[in-house]
Each structure stands twice: as C-alpha cells, then as structure tokens.
Ligand binder design. Structure first.
Ligand code: HSE
Length: 386
C-alpha cells in the first residue's frame, strides 16, 4: 500500500517514522512515498512535494493521511483525495467535527474509506471501541478527560506546584498542545471530540454550538488546594448524555472524589467512559496526545483499511434535540463577588474568595447563574460536580 501524508509536523512525522522506519511485520508492504509540506520544509525529507495534485493525481497512491490540522485547506484537500478514489485517514478533529457528513458521503460515493480514530483520544482505540459497543448496545452517555494538554497542566500544577503558564509551555514543547493552545485550554478541542464521539455513540450529528463550553484557564493553585482539603480533584471534562431523543453535553472543569480514577490520571493521559445497556460502564485509558501515540492510532486505521476491517458503519440519522432541562447537577463557583441566588446551597469564604456550591439545578438555571457570576467577575472559576 502506497501512502502519502499531508503535513509533516509532529503527528505526520510520527506516521512516517512508524510506517517507514519502525515497520512492524504488518507494515512490510506499506510505504510512505510522498509528503505534502511547504517549500521552506523541503530539506526535512526527500519525500516532500509542495502541490496537492502531485498526490491526488498520482494513481500509484492508495491512501492519504491528513495531519495538517485546521479546517482550510484540510477540507478541500481531503475532498480532492476522496474524489480521486484515495482512502483518507485523518487526526484532524476540527475538520471531522465540522464536515464529517460530507466526508462520509464522498467516501461512500467514490467507494473508498474515510477513518478518523486519531482525532479523539490520541492513542486510545476509543472510536473503534464506541463502534464495537454500539453494535450491541444503546450508549446512554460518555464522559472523560479528552485533552492531554489540559490534563498535563492540571497534573503539573497539582504535583509539581508549577504555574499554569510554565506547565502549558512544557506541554507545547512535548508536542501535546494545538498550534493555538487556546483550542486546548478554552475547550474547542474537547468540543470537537465530544461532537465526534456523540456521532458514533448516538448515531447523531449534534450541533457543537448548542452546549455549554467553559475554559479551564481560570483554575488556580488555590482552587486545587481548596479541593484537596475537601478530598477532591478538578479535571477538564467532555460529557454527553442522551435520553428520549434529547441530549445534553458539556465541556468544563469537573470535580471528582480524590479516589476516583479520573482524579488520578497523570500527565498527558486521557480516560474516557461509556455507559451501554448491556455492557454497563466501560473505561478506556491511554496517552491522549503526542507524536507516536497519535501516529499509532493513524497507522491502526491504515491497517484496518488494508485488511478490510470494520467495527460498524457510521450513520447520523438519529435526530437528537438539545435540552437544558434533562439533568439536575451541582456546581462549584469560585468568585471574588457577592452572589445572591436561590440556586445556592452553601458558601465558604476564603480570604478574598467565595467558594459557592449550588443545589442540584438544571443546566438552564446554571447558565443563568454563570452569566451573572461572569458579568461580576470574569476570572471566576466554574466547575460541575460529577
Ligand atoms: N492538543 C490535543 C490534546 C492533541 O492535548 O489532547 C490531541 O488531540
């Protein structure tokens, strides 16, 4: 199988290394033969070409790996390769979350495969496992740590007493963070991953702009210390739940008991849990970001295509309506402002800060409360209790 890679950054170079150099027995007849990148990067590899047509119009290439990131021109390049009857494998969650339907339709029309395991959960075989679970079960919910960068930051702040900015810089140097790390810390990355996971878990295309997304950048050392004193830990979570043709989803910091698995996930690792009607609770753990773990997930997709392996077809025909009154949850808010609300259960005063715990309230009530809080204190930390 002849393979081309679009983008020779951290993940693309990892794919080339696994396929051409590390080369397991199963990869003996696979070879990366061309890599699309900018002219300034030509000296990085003698496989580099600078025009997509050198790949899309090359009949000897069977499969294209897209690791450029971002929506444009990734969308156009993926479509062009599918139209030229090449299988496409991508790690690009932004383009998959936005255009999954177009890609799946084009792949069907041109009788090729479009796979995206590496887009969600890094090296964890999460999407394939969701598809396998789905062959037997209705999946009612999933939640987890979907972002390696934010987990690395929280872990470093907790264990090494590192400041937020230092931990983020280290995550960037280790190749975990997105080109613009706001995508990690402000939640857009997890928003995409929840949207992709919901498509496979619920057979539904949910609108990623409907559900609440809160940044984790407001979490401070003091918040972590406060929670430690309460035998709890804060993690950055994506979550989705469906019931009776309705769904709720969140991306936000969430508070876990100190003994839970989630509270103890180190470094860049992810953990994702699904709930199915016969399998019950299933948890998946592994490296959620980084060069070789993510490249590994891409290579698994390549081998599945080569060996005609399927874990179930993707259908997005379940119409789920967003509701903000399905769930009743408790929230934790740290703010320097005095807040009056019937939703509040109790308040602890620590120096200049108030730690407010709410009663179990609907998401609709929570959205109103958080709006009031953020108008008074834009640096307030807002989290949900699990
Ligand atoms: N920036 C992402 C993360 C990369 O840290 O999880 C993997 O999707």
């Amino acid at each position: 199988m002849k393979i081309a890679i679009l983008g020779f950054g951290t993940i693309g170079s990892g794919v080339e290394q696994i396929v051409n150099e590390i080369k397991s027995k199963d990869l003996m007849d696979c070879e990366v033969v061309k890599i699309l990148d900018l002219p300034k990067n030509k000296d990085k590899s003698n496989l580099i070409v600078c025009d997509i047509k050198e790949i899309s119009e090359d009949d000897s290439i069977d499969l294209v790996v897209e690791t450029m990131g971002g929506i444009h021109p990734a969308y156009e390049f993926i479509m062009e390769c599918l139209h030229h009857k090449k299988h496409v494998v991508t790690a690009n969650k932004a383009v998959v979350a936005a255009h999954m339907t177009d890609f799946l339709q084009a792949a069907k029309e041109y009788e090729v495969e479009f796979r995206f395991e590496a887009s969600t959960g890094g090296g964890i075989p999460w999407l394939a496992s969701v598809q396998k679970a789905r062959r037997v079960d209705e999946i009612s919910s999933f939640y987890g740590i979907f972002n390696g960068t934010t987990n690395y930051i929280l872990d470093s702040m907790n264990l090494k007493n590192e400041e937020f900015d230092v931990a983020l810089k280290n995550a960037q140097e280790l190749g975990y963070a997105e080109a613009n790390p706001s995508a990690d810390i402000d939640g857009y990355d997890v928003q995409n991953k929840v949207t992709i996971s919901a498509a496979l878990a619920f057979d539904a295309k949910i609108d990623m702009n409907e559900f609440p997304v809160f940044s984790m950048a407001s979490i401070t050392h003091k918040d972590i210390e406060y929670l430690k004193n309460h035998h709890q830990m804060i993690k950055y979570i994506g979550q989705a739940i469906q019931s009776n043709h309705q769904y709720e989803a969140f991306v936000m910091p969430m508070v876990f008991d100190e003994h839970s698995l989630e509270a103890n996930i180190p470094s860049n690792f992810n953990i994702i849990t699904l709930n199915g009607n016969t399998i019950g609770e299933l948890k998946f753990y592994g490296q959620g970001a980084g060069k070789l773990p993510t490249a590994n997930a891409i290579v698994q997709d390549i081998l599945d295509i080569k060996n005609n392996m399927y874990y179930g077809s993707v259908s997005l025909d379940n119409e789920l309506v967003y509701s903000d009154t399905l769930l009743q949850e408790r929230y934790l808010i740290r703010t320097n402002s005095i807040i009056n609300s019937a939703c509040i259960d109790h308040i602890e005063n620590l120096g200049a800060n108030f730690y407010i715990t709410t009663k179990a309230i609907t998401t609709k009530e929570f959205k109103e409360l958080s709006r009031t809080v953020l108008e008074k204190d834009e640096k307030a930390m807002i989290a949900k209790y699990m």
